[in-house]
Design a protein around this ligand. Structure first.
Ligand code: HGY
Ligand code: MN
Ligand code: MN
Length: 411
C-alpha cells in the first residue's frame, strides 16, 4: 500500500476549471443538459483526457463512457466515476468532480508508475440528472439491467427530442453492450450537496446508503374560462387545484417527519394567460425517503389527497410515474475501504446516508459499491453557488485514490 501517495491538487483544480468553461452561463454556473452540444463538448474533453492518460476508451450503447487501465491480472476491475451532465443551472462540481478526481487518481498512479493487481475503470454515466430526459440515473439503470436499452433510446425529452436520436447526433451511440464490464467494486466520490458535513466541520462522508426516490408528473385538467365573468362556484380551476396539491406536500413531510422530503420543481400552466382560468396544469413531484415503507406511505398520502381535490374542484387528475428508485445500503467491504482510507489520511469522517440520488445507487443494486462525500458550503447544490473548499476537494480525491488502491490490490 503506498500510503504516501497523494493526488496533485493543482492539476485537479485546473481540470475542474477547464470543464466548468464548457456550458458556462453568463450569469455564472454551468448548463450541460444530457446529449446537448455542451454535453458533447464535455464528453469530447473527457475522452481526450482519458486517452492522454493512456486509458482505453469504450462507449456503450447509451453513451456511458469508460476509460480502462490494465491491471497486473485480468481479475474483475475496480470501477470509479460519476456523471458529467448537469441540471439546467448548475454548479461546477456535482458529478463532474467525481469523474475528474477519478482521472486525477489515474494521473497520479501513472506518474508514479504504480501498477495495481486489478484493472481500473473510470466511468462517466449518461443522463444522471434526468432534467432533459426525466429518468434520472438513466445510464447506470441501463447498465445494471433495470431499464431496457430500447426504452431508454425511445425516451422523449421535455423538449420533445428522442434520446436515441440525440445520442446519435452527438456521436456517442457506442458499440459496447451496457454491463459488459463487470466491476469487482464501484466507488463514487461526490460533493454532499447537503449541510451535514459543513455544519459538523467534518471532511469526509463515508456514505453507507442512498435514499429512495419517487418522481411523478401530475396533470390537472380543468376548464379554461374567463377570469372576470366566471363566478367562483362555476370554475374548474386547474391552477387552484395544483396549488392545493403542492401545498399539501408540506403536510406529507410534517406527517412523516425527517428525513421525508417532498418537492415540486417543475410547473406549467395552460394557456398561461393573466385573464384566463388555467385549463391544464402539469407539474412534478419529487418524494424521497431512505425507508421504503415510509416512501410508499408518502406516495399513498399524495394519491389519496388527489382524489379529494378532484371532488372539491371538479377537475380530472392524471399521474405519470416518471421514476421509482429503491433506496440502497452499500457494501460493507467497499464502505470499509473508504473508512480505512479516511483514517489513514488522518481526516475527520462520519457515516452518512445520501439524500441525493446517485449512479452508485443503481450500481449497488448489482455490484458492491459505496460513496465518498466532501462538504458543500452551506449545503448548497443544483445552484451556481455550489462550493467546496479546494483542500476538501483534494482530501476527497486522496480518499478515493487510497480506497481504490485498497480494493485494487486485493484478490
Ligand atoms: O436528483 C438527484 O438527487 C440527483 O442530483 N440527480
Ligand atoms: Mn450528481
Ligand atoms: Mn445532481
Amino acid at each position: 500500500m503506498t500510503p504516501r501517495l497523494r493526488i496533485n491538487k493543482v492539476r485537479l483544480l485546473e481540470r475542474l476549471d477547464e470543464m466548468a468553461r464548457i456550458g458556462a452561463l453568463e450569469a455564472g454556473g454551468v448548463s450541460r443538459l444530457s446529449l446537448t452540444d455542451p454535453d458533447k463538448q464535455a464528453r469530447d474533453q473527457l475522452v481526450r483526457w482519458m486517452e492522454a492518460l493512456n486509458l482505453t476508451v469504450q462507449i456503450d450503447r447509451v453513451g456511458n463512457i469508460f476509460g480502462i487501465r490494465p491491471g497486473q491480472t485480468g481479475s474483475l476491475p475496480v470501477m470509479f466515476g460519476s456523471h458529467i451532465d448537469t441540471v439546467s443551472v448548475a454548479g461546477k462540481l456535482d458529478g463532474t468532480y467525481g469523474v475528474l478526481a477519478a482521472l486525477e487518481c489515474i494521473a497520479t498512479l501513472n506518474e508514479h508508475n504504480k501498477q495495481t493487481l486489478r484493472p481500473l475503470v473510470v466511468a462517466a454515466f449518461t443522463n444522471e440528472e434526468g432534467v432533459r430526459y426525466a429518468s434520472g440515473m438513466l445510464g447506470s439503470a441501463v447498465y445494471v439491467g433495470e431499464l431496457p436499452i430500447e426504452q431508454a433510446l425511445d425516451m422523449r425529452g421535455v423538449d420533445g427530442s428522442r434520446f436515441g436520436d440525440e445520442l446519435q447526433r452527438i456521436g456517442y451511440a457506442g458499440p459496447m453492450q451496457p454491463g459488459a464490464i463487470e466491476p469487482y467494486a464501484y466507488l463514487e466520490l461526490h460533493i454532499e450537496q447537503g449541510p451535514v458535513l459543513d455544519r459538523a466541520g467534518q471532511t469526509i462522508g463515508v456514505v453507507e446508503g442512498v435514499t429512495g426516490i419517487t418522481w411523478l408528473e401530475i396533470i390537472v385538467i380543468g376548464a379554461a374560462n374567463h377570469a372576470g365573468t366566471t363566478p367562483m362556484d362555476m370554475r374548474r380551476d386547474a391552477g387552484l387545484a395544483a396549488a392545493k396539491v403542492i401545498t399539501y406536500l408540506r403536510e406529507i413531510t410534517a406527517a412523516l417527519g425527517e428525513p421525508q422530503r417532498a418537492t415540486c420543481g417543475r410547473l406549467s400552466f395552460e394557456p398561461n394567460a393573466i385573464n384566463v382560468i388555467p385549463g391544464r396544469v402539469a407539474f412534478t413531484v419529487d418524494l424521497r425517503n431512505p425507508e421504503p415503507s415510509d416512501l410508499r406511505r408518502a406516495e399513498a398520502m399524495l394519491r389519496e389527497y388527489l382524489q379529494k381535490v378532484v371532488a372539491e374542484e371538479g377537475v380530472k387528475i392524471e399521474v405519470r410515474d416518471l421514476e421509482h428508485v429503491q433506496p440502497v445500503r452499500f457494501d460493507p467491504l467497499v464502505i470499509g475501504a473508504v473508512e480505512r482510507a479516511a483514517r489513514r489520511l488522518g481526516l475527520s469522517y462520519r457515516p452518512m446516508i445520501s439524500g441525493a440520488g446517485h449512479d452508485a445507487q443503481l450500481m449497488a443494486h448489482k455490484y458492491p459499491a459505496a460513496m465518498i462525500f466532501v462538504p458543500s458550503r452551506d449545503g448548497i447544490s443544483h445552484n451556481p453557488a455550489e462550493y467546496t473548499d479546494p483542500n476538501d476537494l483534494a482530501h476527497g480525491a486522496n480518499v478515493l485514490l487510497h480506497a481504490v488502491l485498497d480494493l485494487a490490490t486485493r484478490h
